[in-house]
Design a protein around this ligand. Structure first.
Ligand code: SAM
Ligand code: SF4
Length: 483
């Protein structure tokens, strides 16, 4: 009954919000379909013009993006891929930021057709971490070398905003050896402005809400109307409310596989443009989760819109060209070989060594726990193994959280990014936090590869910024001395 009372109250709140929210929706099925139709068959010249514009690094309009999305010429696709790769190198360099998801609770009042945690799915056992279990999960993650988490909650009275604040404070307080978690991002249901303010007070990093699909007709099919998630507009403006509450790093995403991937790329672009228009800053990151199998969840394997690998690559590529200063997150949902390919096309953040079952890190040796996980991951390699691959591919892994701790968030981060400073400020921080990882957690093989990676990047940095490189070298030797 308390669950029912909570649910009724929240539903009434959302209904009242819908009636009072004056902002017009920034997406509509008809408008996005019209853009795609208008640019249905682009000429070579048109594609090339859009690519030149993308290289100016000021982003693209929905019409420009539709030109790329609708291109059918394989030769031109090769050019589009190359442009995205160039943009990624220009803005982000070789740096790849690492994080892990931490599933804290799975009980959920919603019934999303694609999710293993949905209310009506009695084949997946729902679980909420106790304080002791939470601490054990955090320690397990710290012991692997993680510094950044995204915490994940089901929507339920037992995981309301009080619970979220308590658990986040617990995470920040855990110390294990020389490590701790330095940035906690959140992926949870849309909240009220007042609730977001509470989360800001406990020092969260980014707040992430995935729209799942920007196609209203599909949204209604996936999310029953009488559930909290049934309100498209409550979710559509979730991140606007977060911004109003002062959370200036917000993150968007679409669940690829529910509807046409081209439509979703444009939906994400409209969302980014609307946040930028209203708050002067677009989303901090864009996520591109793709539908994965989940126990007793037939839609995950039968959806007619499941996205082929090649199309998935195209989606990331067009996003990279369209919003050059927004990070793109790729997750362990994807298999190792594809992750490798997609990273080169524009990804700046990835998770590694991840589990999607609540309590999954305490049982790390089990790659899959089907009756407890939200969906099945395709990349279950350890963080250390994955870092070795990144080094061999020429990237520099970063655990840096300094930008956020020194107030380089929201607009500040964006203007910083737009001046091309990510490569110069973030590189030394990547080197230092990676060195920390190598000293404290790496296997001998990864340490060896990692030291070579660091040496190469420091050398390159010294050619560009000799004075700052001296300081960096000095700091590295202090770390070797135990600091
Ligand atoms: N319950 C909150 C919500 O739905 O906003 C927050 C977390 S939900 C556990 C995290 C995300 O997982 C969802 O937004 C959805 O995009 C993604 N997801 C759900 N089912 C999935 C599946 N079968 N495959 C891949 N991703 C999935
Ligand atoms: Fe609940 Fe989120 Fe899963 Fe929907 S996606 S059933 S809201 S946990």
């Amino acid at each position: 009954t308390t669950e029912k009372a909570w649910l009724d109250e929240r539903l009434a709140y959302i209904k009242a919000y819908e009636a009072s929210e004056k902002r017009p929706s920034f997406v509509s099925d008809a408008e996005i379909e019209a853009v795609l139709k208008r640019k249905a068959d682009p000429e070579r010249l048109e594609v090339e013009e859009v690519l030149s514009k993308a290289k100016e690094l000021h982003g693209l309009t929905p019409d420009d993006a539709a030109v790329l999305l609708n291109n059918r010429d394989p030769e031109l696709w090769a050019e589009i891929f190359a442009t995205a790769h160039w943009i990624k190198q220009e803005v982000y360099g070789n740096r790849i930021v690492l994080f892990a998801p931490l599933y804290i609770s799975s009980p959920c009042v919603n019934n999303c057709a694609y999710c293993g945690f949905r209310h009506s799915n009695d084949q997946v056992a729902k679980k909420t971490l106790s304080p002791a279990e939470l601490e054990a999960e955090v320690k397990a993650l710290i012991t692997k070398g993680h510094k950044r988490l995204i915490v994940v909650y089901g929507e339920h009275p037992a995981s309301d905003v009080d619970f979220m604040c308590r658990t986040i404070e617990t995470i920040y307080a855990v110390k294990e050896g020389r490590g701790e978690i330095r940035r906690v991002n959140v992926n949870a249901a849309p909240l009220t402005v007042e609730e977001y303010r509470r989360l800001k007070e406990v020092g969260i990093g980014t707040y992430q809400v995935f729209q799942e699909t920007y196609h209203l007709t599909t949204y209604r099919k996936m999310h029953p109307a009488n559930t909290l998630k049934g309100s498209f507009r409550w979710r559509l403006f979730a991140l606007h409310r977060a911004q109003e509450a002062g959370i200036d790093d917000v993150a968007v995403g679409a669940l690829f596989g529910l509807y046409d991937w081209r439509f979703e790329v444009l939906g994400l672009l409209y969302h980014a443009l609307d946040l930028e228009r209203e708050f002067g800053v677009g989303p901090h990151t864009i996520s591109v989760p793709r539908l994965e199998p989940a126990l007793n969840t037939p839609l995950t394997t039968s959806s007619p819109y499941r996205v082929a690998d090649e199309d998935f690559k195209k989606a990331v590529t067009v996003l990279r060209c369209a919003v050059p200063y927004t990070g793109i997150i790729l997750t362990c949902r994807e298999k190792p070989a594809l992750r490798r390919e997609v990273i080169a096309l524009g990804v700046s953040q990835v998770d590694a060594g991840s589990r999607t079952a609540v309590g999954g890190y305490a049982e790390m040796e089990r790659e899959h726990i089907p009756d407890r996980e939200q969906f099945q991951l395709a990349d279950t390699r350890s963080l250390d193994e994955y870092i070795l691959e990144l080094c061999r591919d020429g990237y520099i892994p970063s655990f840096c959280t300094a930008g956020y701790r020194t107030g380089r968030t929201g607009c500040h981060f964006m203007s910083f990014a737009k001046q091309g400073l990510i490569k110069n400020f973030c590189l030394p921080n990547a080197v230092l936090t990676f060195k920390e990882y190598l000293l404290d957690y790496a296997s001998p093989e990864t340490r060896d590869a990692g030291e070579k990676t660091i040496a190469r990047h420091v050398e390159d940095f010294a050619r560009r910024m000799p004075q700052r490189a001296e300081k960096l070298k000095e700091m590295l030797s202090r770390m070797e001395g135990g600091q």
